[in-house]
Each structure stands twice: as C-alpha cells, then as structure tokens.
Design a protein around this ligand. Structure first.
Ligand SMILES: Nc1nc2c(ncn2[C@@H]2O[C@H](COP(=O)(O)OP(=O)(O)O)[C@@H](O)[C@H]2O)c(=O)[nH]1
Ligand SMILES: [Mg+2]
Length: 319
C-alpha cells in the first residue's frame, strides 16, 4: 500500500536521524557503531514492518514517556484503576509498550505506557536493542506525549534527549512534573520550577506544564484534559485566508531583511496537509531567509494561533 510505504520511509528516516543525533548518548549503545550500521538499521526497520498494529480505531494516541522510575506506569495504573504487570525493576527484562483504550470521564483515547528508555553502558542482546527502539517507536506512533519528569530533581540530560525525540518527530507534548507530593511547597514554588525547566527546554517552550502526583492521583485527569487540548491544537487546520490576513500583517510590520541588495517578498502562506502543523511561505528568494527571521515567523504564528504543545514546521518556498 502506498500510504504504508510513506510511513515506513518516514520511520526509517527518523530512525537514522535519531541514530545520528545521539543514540549512543541516550542509550549507551556503542556496539552498533561502524560498518554495517546501515544494514542493521534496515534490518531493524524491516522487523518493525512485520509487527501488527495492536488497535487502529483512529482514536487519539496518548503515550506516557520518560526515563525509568519517573512514574509512567504509576500514572497509567492510577488512571486505569488497576495494577497491570508493566512495572519492572528486573534488569534486562524487556516489555512492549501497552495500549489501553481509556473511555472514562468523557475521554476516548488510547493510552500507551512505554517500557522505560534505559541508559546502559552496553547493550549486547538484540532483544534489548529492539526494546530500546520500541520506546522510540512509541513516540513515533503516538499523537501526543505525556512527557514525564521527576519533580524532585532538576531536569536531566536523559530527559532532554527524550524531549528531542518528541520534538524531532513533531509530536504533541505535555510536560508532566511528577512526584510533586514530595516537594516542600514552601521552598519551591511551581513558578520557579517552571522557569528553570523552560530555560533547559528552550527554544521550544510553548508547551503546557502540569504538576502531578501519580501516587496521590493529583491532577491526573487534568493531565489527560491537557493532552486532548494539545491533540486539538495539533490537528487544527487554519483557513488560508485567516492565516494570510494575520501573517501578512506580521510580515509587513517586520519584513525579511534584504540580502545583498535583493528585496525579499513573501507572497502568501498556506498550511500544508500534513499530520502535524506545517506552514509553507511562498516568496521570491527563499534561500535568503535566515534563521532569525524563521524564528520571528514561528513566534508570530504561536502568538496568533493556539499551537501550545505543538512543534511545527516552517518552509520557505520559491514562487
Ligand atoms: N512519591 C511519589 N512516588 C511516585 C509517584 N509516582 C511514582 N512513584 C514511585 O516511583 C517509582 C517508579 O514508578 P514507576 O511507575 O514504576 O515508574 P516508571 O519506570 O516510569 O514506569 C515507584 O516506586 C513508584 O511508587 C508520585 O507521584 N509520588
Ligand atoms: Mg513502567
């Protein structure tokens, strides 16, 4: 099927991309370096192609992701109101991510708990390697990630690596700061913590943050509500007329700087028919539009439209 083919190519590309930007750093996998890496990745991708989709009802897929022991399984268990056998402390065991349809309190979604993304100095066995890759696949296969960190500690490099995977895959993000029950609220305000996190997540800081306790079931429904808001933001289609009305004004206020005496004219903008919001700006000399201007355009889009929790793509194309 053609559609499948595209998906698989996308998946393969993102696997390669991920490998390039720091598989080793995140997972400590050094054993697949060197010659034959491409072959191994090909093999791995073809393995994924054999896997059957567990359930495809077209429901929003909300995945709980984060490093080991942040409380992912505790959250899914708290929401589902039952203990399921996915909490594991046994070193070397591997589990698939588990999909559960969640229909309580007016929600209808697939809740996905992932096996932990483990940091290890070396991963020898194939099965462990596949398990690590499944965590990436969990991110690739979902719509919105409940990206969970531990409120007891500053955000870690491993957290940031997971955040990059989500962002690079343009998935919706809700940041969940868990174990908030353990925090002495007198000395640590949410506001301070929020500012500190955003500093580390920059430049992508237009995302909702929910402080929760999976243990005490505090604000766990708020977490899901926020995930659904991000889902809506991510699937919205902005009418071209509205988009142009707003963005032309922003462009007029601050036009792209001319380059070597050449005047750059942005003629119109349209949202592309992609899964996550992408915008194409058509102009005479797209090659002369630099990053600072791209950032300006992105900030303007975020200011005028609700793209909270949604990484976006912006293209400048010749017209
Ligand atoms: N105090 C506190 N402990 C929590 C909370 N959520 C999870 N934990 C504990 O953190 C540990 C790891 O939780 P688990 O759900 O297995 O984490 P996972 O590896 O991300 O799935 C367990 O001992 C949990 O009881 C929370 O909100 N508050
Ligand atoms: Mg778990």
């Amino acid at each position: 099927m053609v559609a499948n083919k595209v998906d698989n190519n996308e998946r393969q590309n993102s696997v390669y991309e991920f490998y390039n930007f720091g598989l080793e750093e995140v997972f400590g996998i050094s054993s697949i370096n060197g010659a034959g890496t491409g072959d191994l990745l090909d093999l791995m991708v073809s393995k994924f192609e054999d896997d059957e989709p567990i359930e495809d009802l077209g429901l929003p897929r909300i995945a709980v992701v984060g490093k080991p022991n942040v409380g992912k399984s505790s959250l899914t268990n708290a929401l589902l109101g039952k203990e399921r056998n996915i909490v594991t402390d046994i070193s070397g065991t591997t589990r698939d991510s588990i999909d559960t349809r969640y229909t309580a309190f007016g929600f209808d979604m697939v809740l996905v708990d992932t096996a932990g993304i483990r940091k290890k100095s070396k991963v020898h066995e194939d099965i462990e390697f596949y398990s690590v890759m499944r965590s990436i696949r969990t991110i690739e296969d979902c719509d919105v990630c409940l990206f969970m960190i531990d409120g007891n500690e500053p955000i870690q490099n491993q957290d940031l690596s997971i955040f990059s995977v989500i962002e690079k895959n343009k998935k919706g993000i809700v940041l969940l700061v868990n174990k908030w029950d353990l925090i002495d609220k007198n000395t640590s305000s949410t506001k301070k913590y929020e500012e500190a996190i955003k500093e580390r997540l920059a430049p992508f800081t237009d995302l909702p943050i929910v402080f929760i306790s999976a243990l005490n079931k505090q604000r766990i429904h708020k977490a899901l509500e926020t995930a659904m808001e991000v889902f809506e933001n991510r699937t919205q289609k902005i009418p071209t007329s509205k988009l142009n009305e707003i963005m032309q004004e922003a462009i007029q206020k601050n036009p792209p700087p001319s380059y070597k005496g050449k005047y750059i004219k942005i003629k119109y903008v349209t949202q592309l028919p992609t899964h996550s919001p992408s915008f194409a700006f058509f102009c005479n000399l797209p090659q002369y539009i630099k990053d600072p201007y791209k950032r300006y355009v992105e900030n303007q889009l975020r200011e005028h439209f609700n793209l909270n929790g949604v990484p976006i793509r912006i293209f400048f194309r010749k017209k």
